[in-house]
Write a protein that binds this ligand. Structure first.
Ligand SMILES: Cc1ncc(COP(=O)(O)O)c(C=O)c1O
Length: 373
């Protein structure tokens, strides 16, 4: 298997820990370990204190799988397989489901591995474009037109990285219908589920909506625990889960023991975990609204509907790669040029999950005042 470089991850390898302020991170401010442990119930605290650092159950700790299952309506613990982050889950899924001659339909832009692993597995990957002019909304009829008799899977990401778009219920229902009619499997990367700005906009989980549907879940974004490296696949298709479990024997075998306990503690305290994370995003969004209001015509943006990222456009006559490079070198503020998503229209990703966004935004504005006015 020959994988192309993961452009975004290579960019972050260069800058994530070198830049002073990340104004483009896709996750929410990571939880301090001490504060997370304070949320533990008696059982969680006992598990943490008495933890033995041996191998763990390869499919995931049973209590953790049960807790993950409780995020869904029709999913049981045995419908869940825990991975070392969603990234491993995506790698396993595409390897197990796709091979030469198979067709898959995936939105663009997208987190690169969602399409790249499919391509490297030999599949023919069709992309359905999300467009700024359409508010980055997924057009189900365009997706339907991309389907072929050999389409094995349809993959979308709701809420979406990098645009923050979130389909409405009618679009999601249409996607589910298209999958059911065509026999293609619907996979939804639900990295930002539970971080919808209006809870009424939350879509059904794919694993609940369709018997063969696959939900990709993770601790990194909405739960703000990227350092745990815990993600999962939830699906009621047990045959698929068995194949994924067999594949995982060749990647990580089993998950990190401390991470499983910490994920369990966080999910049991999910109301408090999510409330804190939503509060950070909720405090940052109005600052971005005001910023983009002041800079209309220079920066254009479609306000996200969920998650902690958006995809504005630099409308000034400066290439975004150069702007972002000069910005980070002069001010220490990192933006993510859209070119890492193969975007050619001068977009960039902005992240609003970090507590230091006010300072980063202030520096961006001062820099914009100097260079773009
Ligand atoms: C949409 C999406 N899916 C999956 C991942 C991978 O997440 P994890 O940290 O669980 O590997 C990311 C990380 O940025 C992402 O944005």
């Amino acid at each position: 298997m020959r994988l192309a470089d993961f452009t975004l991850e290579r960019f972050f390898a260069r800058w994530e820990f070198a830049a002073e302020l990340l104004l483009c991170a896709s996750d929410v401010e990571g939880w301090p370990l001490r504060e997370l442990l304070e949320l533990a119930d008696d059982d969680g605290r006992r598990r943490w204190n008495e933890l033995r650092l041996g191998y763990t159950e390869s499919s995931g700790d049973p209590a953790l799988r049960a807790e993950i299952a409780s995020l869904y309506e029709r999913v049981q613990a045995d419908d869940v397989l825990v991975f070392a982050g969603a990234e491993e889950a995506i790698f396993a899924l595409h390897n197990v489901l796709l091979g030469p001659g198979d067709h898959s339909v995936i939105v663009r832009p997208a987190y690169q591995s969602l399409a790249e692993v499919a391509r490297a597995a030999g599949a023919d990957v069709a992309r359905v474009e999300l467009r700024e002019a359409n508010g980055w909304r997924l057009d189900a009829s365009e997706l339907g037109a991309a389907l072929r008799p050999n389409t094995h899977l349809i993959l979308v990401n709701e809420p979406h990285n990098p645009t923050g778009a979130l389909s409405d219920r009618a679009t999601f229902d249409r996607l589910a219908e298209l999958a059911a009619e065509s026999g293609a499997r619907l996979i939804v990367d639900e990295a930002y589920r539970f971080l919808e700005f209006d809870e009424a906009d939350r879509l059904p989980a794919c694993a609940d909506a369709l018997e063969t549907g696959v939900s990709i879940g993770l601790m990194s974004k909405s739960f703000a625990l990227a350092g745990l490296r815990i993600g999962w696949i939830a699906t009621r298709d047990r045959e698929l889960l068995a194949r994924l479990a067999a594949f995982k024997d060749y990647t990580t075998i089993c998950n990190s023991a401390p991470s499983e306990v910490l994920a369990l503690i966080a999910l049991r305290a999910r109301d408090r975990v999510l409330a804190r994370n939503r509060a950070i995003v909720g405090a940052n969004l109005p600052l971005l609204d005001a910023f983009f209001g002041r800079w209309a015509g220079v920066f254009e943006w479609v306000r996200p509907r969920g998650g902690s990222v958006g995809f504005p456009r630099l409308a000034a006559d400066v290439p975004i790669d150069r702007f972002a490079d000069d910005l980070v070198r002069e001010t220490g503020v990192l933006l993510l040029p859209g070119t890492v998503f193969a975007d050619t229209a001068n977009h960039f990703r902005i992240g609003f999950g970090r507590a230091n966004l006010p300072v980063a935004l202030e520096r961006l504005e001062a820099y914009a005042d100097r260079t773009l006015r």
